[in-house]
Design a protein around this ligand. Structure first.
Ligand code: GLV
Ligand code: MN
Ligand code: MN
Length: 397
């Protein structure tokens, strides 16, 4: 709740954008808690934050756990923050008990998971996993034209002398705790979700170009109205893609109309499409169909598609899934296995090291909204399972 005050909105939500002044303050808060617990802190060139409990074998690859501190605009208190604080709590408990792990145990806050200020998201974990180069990431701009590079330099300047870990340094394992952001655990009265993988996602930017004109004088038959073309495209996509089957998730969540003036025929529309499906071949087929529909319904305007994200469904490490299941059972928490419908940094970590996720329920399954809530007993249950599994991975020899 203290962290949620940083960027807290008057309606009870949180607006803490990646690399913003609020996120810098959140770093200070987390670093303060880390130092109180005698833990070390570090960053890297991609603006990821690390809190480290030193282990005895410095040559062994560390075990990492965490999530992100940035939020959606008007987002909730738990998405991301929960996973960072659960990991920090595990390190704190072990440090308080004087446990020296056999290898470093590190809590992490990945830079820009949400991708709302700088798109697309998951920049910190993508840079770490080598999915995108740092140069490419630094060149991305927010709506004001500010680059990630400049914002990253400001973040680092706010913490002079903070040691930097090398990007992509080998890892032993990664575990991410998170609220489910969906209704399954709550509906089935389970406390712990053993996440089997993350459903596939494609993000595309679609640009429609037409011609500007006078809204009073230009004949309808002579217009190349980019917004009219958008309306035809959107209608076809909602029907053919959005209604394809009950598992598809199709969203147009961002729209930009130019010149966006009441009496000018619009000549440019840019939309962002978020398309998800658990089955990879269906996702690929829907992505291809979407391209055909955009081209067909754009006429007489022109349309251009730019893929931003193409991430198929993945499968998390089965041994880690078993460790989570056993820990939940031993601690008396009812659990179930489920595929994550939302995206997470763990997707990219899974390409580097054995990775898995622990879900807890959230009220009404809602997330990315100010009403997001998780019950305190579920928050601690997830952290207890995390502690149990992490301890097994770094147990002193
Ligand atoms: C993550 O925030 C997502 O949109 O899945
Ligand atoms: Mn999240
Ligand atoms: Mn999110």
């Amino acid at each position: 709740m203290t962290l949620a005050d940083i960027g807290g909105t008057s309606s009870g939500g949180v607006d803490r954008q990646a690399l913003s002044a609020e996120e810098i303050e959140a770093w200070r808060c987390v670093m303060g808690w880390a130092r109180e617990a005698d833990l070390q802190v570090a960053t890297d060139d991609a603006g990821n934050l690390f809190v480290i409990l030193r282990g005895s074998d410095q040559k062994a690859p560390p075990v990492l756990s965490g999530s992100h501190l940035d939020t959606q605009p008007g987002g909730g208190r738990f998405d991301g923050a929960y996973g960072v604080l659960a990991a920090l709590e595990v390190l704190t408990v072990l440090a308080e008990r004087g446990v020296k792990p056999c290898r470093d145990l590190i809590a992490v806050a990945w830079m820009n998971e949400e991708g709302s200020r700088f798109a697309p998201g998951m920049m910190g974990s993508e840079a770490y996993a080598g999915v995108r180069t740092l140069e490419e990431i630094r060149a991305a701009r927010d709506a004001t034209g500010m680059t990630v590079g400049k914002a990253l330099d400001q973040l680092h300047a706010a913490f002079p002398g903070l040691p930097r870990r090398p990007l992509g340094a080998p890892l032993g394992a990664y575990l991410e705790a998170h609220i489910e952001q969906g209704p399954v655990l709550e509906a089935q009265r389970r406390v712990v979700g053993i996440v089997t993988g993350i459903q596939g996602k494609q993000t595309l930017e679609v640009e429609v170009r037409g011609d500007k004109g006078h809204a009073g004088t230009l004949a309808m038959s002579a217009r190349r109205d980019a917004l009219a073309a958008f309306a035809r495209i959107a209608s076809a996509l909602y029907t053919e893609i959005g209604d394809h089957d009950p598992q598809v998730k199709f969203t147009i969540g961002h729209l930009c109309v130019e010149p966006n003036a009441p009496s000018i025929v619009p000549d440019r529309v840019v939309m962002r499409i978020d398309l998800r499906h658990p089955d990879n071949s269906t996702l690929t087929a829907l992505g291809a169909r979407l391209r055909v529909l955009c081209a067909r319904h754009a006429t007489p305007c022109q349309v251009q598609l730019m893929p931003l994200v193409d991430a198929p469904s993945n499968i998390f490490d089965t041994l880690l899934q078993e460790l989570i299941e056993t820990a939940a059972f031993r601690l008396g928490y009812p659990s179930l296995r489920l595929l994550s419908a939302a995206g997470h940094d763990a997707r990219h970590l899974a390409s580097l090291c054995p990775s898995a996720m622990i879900f807890i329920p959230c009220r009404g399954g809602v997330s990315h909204v100010q009403e997001e809530w998780a019950e305190p007993e579920h928050v601690s249950a997830g952290a207890n399972v995390l502690l149990n599994v992490l301890f097994q991975l770094v147990r002193p020899i």
